[in-house]
Design a protein around this ligand. Sequence first.
Ligand code: ATP
Length: 269
Amino acid sequence: SGRFSKPAEKKTGITFADVAGQDQAKKEVAELVEFLREPERFEKVGAEVPHGVLLMGPPGTGKTLLARALAGEADVPFFSTSGSEFIEVFVGVGAGRVRKMFEAARKAAPAVIFIDELDSIGRTRGTGLGGGHDEREQTLNQILAELDGFDGKEAVVVLAATNRPDVLDPALLRPGRFDRHVMLSLPDKAARRAILGIHARKLPLSETGDLDTIAAGTPGFSGADLKNLLNEAAINAARRSDDKITGSDLQDARDKVMMGTVRTLAIQP
Ligand code: ATP
């Protein structure tokens, strides 16, 4: 069963400076850095810091990035898994994996656990084909049990990400579980410019490669889309055997990513 589980990252090397925009979300998550750095300080005065944080927002807005940045800022190990890894595994396997991951994180504490795509396991129970006794439900129950098992002192912060908070089992959102909610949103023009800036740092842009223009022309693009756009533009430049990325490379890449987005949206139910 170790086949799917990722080894913990000892150091993510990611900081809040790597996350552009999302100021409110960063602020809320940053409150946990001090706790992870010096849990004793909080324990001494009997302060119980929330363990479960739900990151909500559209795909590609930086939920995973923000979770890794929290671990990086606090300089603690990062354990991660995705809800989609628990689909179609044998009964008991998912729950076992969850248990092992929490056990490892508790041993390594202070630590951060990240569960991506929580909705793929955390949907309202009792609606599965297995009449409510399916594998997914066991995995979900294990996550609930682990969250309930924290004694308030263990310095393990559990972040989970979803773009479908509406389908989550309300049991996940109860006090002591994922009771802190942080919203991430699609970037506005200034944030898009900042995201482009971060990902273009190491790219050779020609004078025509103006990121302000691209930021203005990409409403609705997520951070992930913008990163894709820059990569597409670099591929364009390489195809032309150019060593600089030009304005038209960027425009062509923008159109391509936009078409891709349109197509993806069109096939969704
Ligand atoms: P999903 O819901 O699809 O899992 P997500 O919200 O977790 O997406 P990430 O996986 O963190 O999004 O984002 C994908 C990539 O897009 C990141 O690795 C990062 O390079 C880039 N990115 C997204 N948002 C930002 C941002 N605010 N600042 C800088 N880069 C970003």
